[in-house]
Design a protein around this ligand. Structure first.
Ligand code: TLP
Length: 353
C-alpha cells in the first residue's frame, strides 16, 4: 500500500500541500528573512496581523515554537503558567516551558477540557509568598485538542480576559486550531481572540499548509519574539516558499473547515453505538474525535489492526484513541473508516469472549 492510499486520521498535520499551494510555492518571491527581506513572508505576516487585528505577526516553523516564544515573552523565570490539564504546552512540548522560560506549569483538571474563570481563580497566587511561586500567565487552548476539539465560547473567554486584566495577568492563546473554533461559533478570529496578549495559530493543521505557524501580538512583543525565534534556531532565510503556501492556507482554507467538522460528527455518530467504544457525538464540535475503549482492549492493539485495514488512527492513551478529519480525507473515506472500525471492534470482542 503506497502512502497515498491510507485513510490517515491520525492528525490534520498530515495534509499535503494543495495543487494551488505547489504552484504558489514554485513561483514565490523570496529573500533572506533574517534580514527581514523575504517579501512573501512579510506579506504573510502583514495579512495575519490584519486578520487578527494586531500590530504585527511573526512566521515560525512550528506551533510549539510559537507557543514557547509567547510563554517566554509573557513570563519571568520562577513563575507559574496556568493551563488546563490536557494542554499541549504541558504534555506535548518536551517540557520546554521549564527549559526556555524557567516556569512551572500549574495544570488545572476540568471535566470538559474547557477552562473557565471559576477554574482559574483558585490557583492564582500573587507575589509575596515565601513558598509559593507567583502566577505569571494564563494559557488557553482553543480548540482544546486532547479534549476532543472542544470549543471555548466567547463569553467564557471574555470573563477570563476581564478578570486577568484586573489582576494584571497576561493571557496567551494556543490557537493551533482557532479557525476551527471560529467556524464552529460563526465568529471571526479577530473577535474571538481580541483579549489575548499573544495568539499562536497553525497554518499546517486544518488549513493545509505544509509547514508553519504564526504568532500575533503587539509590535513590541513581536520585535522581541523575532529575537527569541532566532535564539531557538528558527531564523529560516528564504522561507517565502513556505509562506506562499501559508498565504493560501490563511486566505482560502478556513471556509472549508465545516466540511471537516461534518465528517468528524459522521465518524462519532457512526461509532456511538458500537460495543466496547465510548464516544458522545454531542461533544464533537470540530474536527477531532476522542474515543475510549473498554479495557482490556488497548488502543495500541486496535491501531495495529486498523493499519492492516489501511486506516491510521492516533493512540493518545492506553485505552484512548483519536481521529482527526482534514482536507485529505473525504466523507467517503470516513464512512469506510467507521465501517472498518466497527468490524474490528466486533472481531476484538468476539476474540475476547
Ligand atoms: N498537535 C499535534 C501533536 O503534537 C499532538 C497533533 O497531531 O494534534 N498546539 C496544539 C493545540 C496542537 O495540537 C499542536 C500540535 C501544537 C500546538 C504544536 O504544533 P507543532 O506540531 O507545529 O509544533
Amino acid at each position: 500500500m503506497g502512502s497515498m492510499d491510507w485513510i490517515d486520521l491520525r492528525s490534520d498535520t498530515v495534509t499535503r500541500p494543495t495543487p494551488a499551494m505547489r504552484v504558489a510555492m514554485a513561483a514565490a518571491e523570496v529573500g533572506d528573512d533574517v534580514y527581514g527581506e523575504d517579501p512573501t513572508i512579510n506579506l504573510l505576516e502583514r495579512r495575519a496581523a490584519e486578520i487578527f487585528g494586531r500590530e504585527d505577526a511573526l512566521f515560525v516553523p512550528t506551533g510549539t515554537m510559537g507557543n514557547q516564544i509567547a510563554l517566554r515573552l509573557l513570563t519571568q523565570p520562577g513563575q507559574e503558567i496556568i493551563c488546563e490539564s490536557r494542554a499541549h504546552i504541558l504534555d506535548w512540548e518536551m517540557a520546554t516551558a521549564a527549559v526556555f522560560s524557567g516556569c512551572l506549569i500549574r495544570a488545572v483538571p476540568t471535566a470538559s477540557g474547557i477552562l473557565t474563570w471559576k477554574d482559574i481563580e483558585p490557583v492564582i497566587f500573587g507575589r509575596g509568598s515565601s513558598h509559593r511561586a507567583a502566577t505569571g500567565l494564563i494559557e488557553i487552548e482553543n480548540t482544546a485538542n486532547l479534549a476532543g476539539g472542544r470549543v471555548t465560547p466567547l463569553p467564557v473567554l471574555e470573563e477570563i480576559w476581564a478578570n486577568a486584566k484586573e489582576r494584571k495577568l497576561p493571557v496567551h492563546l494556543d490557537g493551533a486550531r482557532i479557525f476551527n473554533a471560529a467556524a464552529f461559533l460563526g465568529i471571526d478570529v479577530k473577535t474571538l481572540t481580541r483579549g489575548f496578549d499573544t495568539v499562536m495559530f497553525c497554518l499546517s493543521k486544518g488549513l493545509g499548509a505544509p509547514v508553519g505557524s504564526m504568532l500575533v501580538g503587539s509590535g513590541e512583543h513581536m520585535a522581541q519574539a523575532r529575537l527569541y525565534r532566532k535564539a531557538l534556531g528558527g531564523g529560516m532565510r528564504q522561507a517565502g516558499v513556505l509562506a506562499a503556501a501559508g498565504l493560501i492556507a490563511l486566505e482560502q482554507m478556513p471556509a472549508r473547515l465545516p466540511e471537516d467538522h461534518a465528517n468528524a460528527r459522521l465518524l462519532a455518530e457512526a461509532l456511538a453505538n458500537v460495543e466496547g467504544l465510548e464516544v458522545d457525538p454531542q461533544t464533537v464540535e470540530t474536527n477531532i474525535v476522542i474515543f475510549r475503549l473498554q479495557p482490556p482492549l488497548t488502543s495500541t492493539a486496535l491501531a495495529a489492526r486498523m493499519k492492516e485495514r489501511g486506516v491510521l488512527i492516533s493512540v493518545v492513551g492506553p485505552h484512548v484513541f483519536r481521529l482527526v478529519t482534514h482536507y485529505d480525507v473525504s466523507r467517503q473515506d470516513c464512512v469506510a473508516a467507521a465501517q472498518a472500525l466497527s468490524e474490528e471492534m466486533e472481531a476484538s470482542l468476539a476474540a475476547q469472549a
